[in-house]
Design a protein around this ligand. Structure first.
Ligand code: ADP
Ligand code: GLC
Length: 499
């Protein structure tokens, strides 16, 4: 199958969260299964030509936006898939195209500053979506399926079913739309409709209208041929009022085309036995290097390392989704216990302040770093003892999966993908891989942490739990196959509907 994978962020080119990790890893896994994958994203400031060996294709696209035509350049690079070329023993590369439109994408951040979103995000991503289709035509790529990811690609399915409906170039192109986070919808006021070049007829409750506004994510949900989200539990949750962010009705309507496929992780990037960022490597058969990693980490945070004092850690976007109100409520009680707390995060200003204050209040027990730092995130996964995710909702979550591999025991709220990947440790049967609570309350969080701290004191039990965690396999192998099956299903359905 010819697959075009479209995403607003992709590792290693640009990243704000897990979507970038998924978008970097899934195309590689698909290619390994023998599929023909091409990738496309905007050319942000971080997408450096030299660093990534990109080249200008010499081709430009003319993209209508409102009553203007705006030109962009198409750049090309490669992602090394690690797959073997046919009989040549060479690595196979995946082509990746970049839409180079400086006015839109050459900025310090991808979507907005800590103070809020860029005011022209509607224009930036409506443009991107139409540019994807125009790029296909310009480079002569006729995908069997376009796999779209999150609201920033939501107009692709809309355009294919409207403006490009009779375009023979796309007569065999289907779409799959993946929701990584229903909380971000691309909501804009109705007067931005002119940017789409579509008629007001699609600004209806059956189209992209949403309580008087334009909702680009809804476009993806309504017009795509099938929808996936990144865990089974989340695919169920989003059909309820509590988790549906106002779109539960739309999702229930499409429930027969809605699937949950759990994310995998890239063990080439996240593996304590090979991780280039660590001061020492380790395996589940020999954990001694983990203590070195702990000392290295606490040294960076200016804290004292002790084998007896567990380090509880957080790496996160600082957003309401992640449940920081619960952590804030228990902080004083937590700091009375024999534990250290480490955080790396960036996001909303209110959380920057909250955690900086905690750092000042407990200088010998809490280490806080506000910022985005990939190398440090690897050191935390390796050097900490426990990893905390008390999310209000969590479509999949990747950090609990990285934590498992690094023997850093996840303490999670059982929602979405956290529910599907973490099982409570059972000391009698000695199975399970972490600690999980359900009720969204600070008391439940604190008591779950206390259960974990109790077990930590029993070194042999804790060792058992670490080995269970490190033995888990959340590689892409399985999930990539599920995507391939789905692509096939969607394409076949389209062919059937034609006759
Ligand atoms: P989400 O996509 O909702 O942010 P995930 O758990 O799926 O949550 O993925 C988060 C990804 O972003 C992980 O790879 C995590 O390590 C990374 N990350 C988040 N915040 C930071 C940060 N401040 N510095 C470095 N990496 C971060
Ligand atoms: C989103 C979700 C997160 C998920 C990631 C990748 O950002 O918040 O739970 O792991 O996308 O799918």
């Amino acid at each position: 199958m010819k697959i075009l994978f479209a995403s607003p962020e992709i590792v290693p080119f640009a990243k704000t969260g897990g979507l970038a990790d998924v978008s970097g890893a899934l195309p590689k896994a698909l290619e390994k299964l023998g599929e023909d994958v091409t990738v496309i994203m905007p050319k942000y400031r971080t997408v450096d030509d030299k660093k990534f060996g990109l080249e200008y294709t010499g081709k430009n696209i003319q993209v209508p936006i409102s009553n203007r035509i705006e030109e962009a350049k198409i750049y090309k690079g490669y992602i090394n898939s690690g797959a073997r070329g046919k009989g040549q023993g060479a690595s196979k590369d995946i082509p990746i195209y970049f839409i180079d439109k400086k006015e839109y994408y050459d900025r310090q951040y991808l979507y907005g500053t800590p103070q809020g979103d860029y005011p022209d995000n509607a224009e930036r991503f409506i443009y991107f979506d139409r540019a994807i289709l125009e790029t296909c035509k310009t480079i002569g790529l006729k995908p069997d399926i376009i796999h779209c990811n999150d609201w920033q690609t939501g107009m692709v399915p809309v355009y294919l079913k409207t403006l490009y409906k009779d375009d023979l170039f796309f007569k065999d192109t289907s779409t799959l739309f993946t929701v990584h986070n229903l909380g971000y919808q691309g909501l804009f006021w109705h007067l931005d409709m002119h940017l789409t070049n579509l008629g007001w007829d699609i600004f209806s409750p059956d189209g992209i209208e949403f309580y008087g506004k334009m909702n680009i994510l809804k476009g993806g949900l309504v017009y795509s041929d099938a929808i996936t989200t990144v865990s089974k539990t989340y695919s169920q949750e989003i059909q309820t009022k509590e988790y549906g962010c106002g779109l539960d009705g739309v999702l229930r309507k499409r429930k027969d085309d809605l699937y949950g496929v759990i994310n995998g992780i890239d063990y080439e990037e996240w593996n304590p036995a090979t991780d280039k960022y660590l001061s020492a490597k380790y395996l589940k058969e020999n954990l001694s290097g983990k203590w070195d990693c702990k000392k290295d980490l606490l040294n960076i945070y200016g804290l004292k390392a002790s084998k007896e004092v567990p380090v509880l850690s957080v790496i996160s976007r600082l957003a309401d989704q992640k449940g920081f109100d619960l952590i804030a409520e228990i902080m004083d009680d937590l700091m009375k216990l024999d534990v250290q707390f480490i955080l790396l995060g960036t996001g909303e200003d209110k959380y920057h302040k909250l955690f900086e204050d905690i750092g000042k209040k407990y200088p010998s027990k809490a280490g806080i770093k506000i910022g985005f730092d990939n190398a440090l995130s690897h050191k935390i996964e390796a050097g900490a003892d426990m990893f905390l995710m008390s999310s209000r909702y969590e479509p999949c979550g990747l950090n609990q999966l990285y934590s498992l591999k690094y023997g850093t025991i996840p303490i999670v709220r059982g929602t979405g993908g956290l529910n599907d990947t973490i099982e409570n440790y059972n000391p009698v049967r000695r199975n399970g891989n972490g600690f999980k609570f359900t009720e969204y309350s600070s008391m439940t969080l604190l008591s779950t942490i206390k259960t974990a701290l109790d077990l930590y004191r029993d070194k042999s039990e804790w060792n058992r739990l670490m080995i269970n965690a490190m033995g888990e396999d959340f590689s892409w192998n399985h999930s990539a196959k599920e995507y391939v099956e789905l692509y096939r299903k969607v394409i076949n359905k389209r062919i059937k509907n034609k006759f």
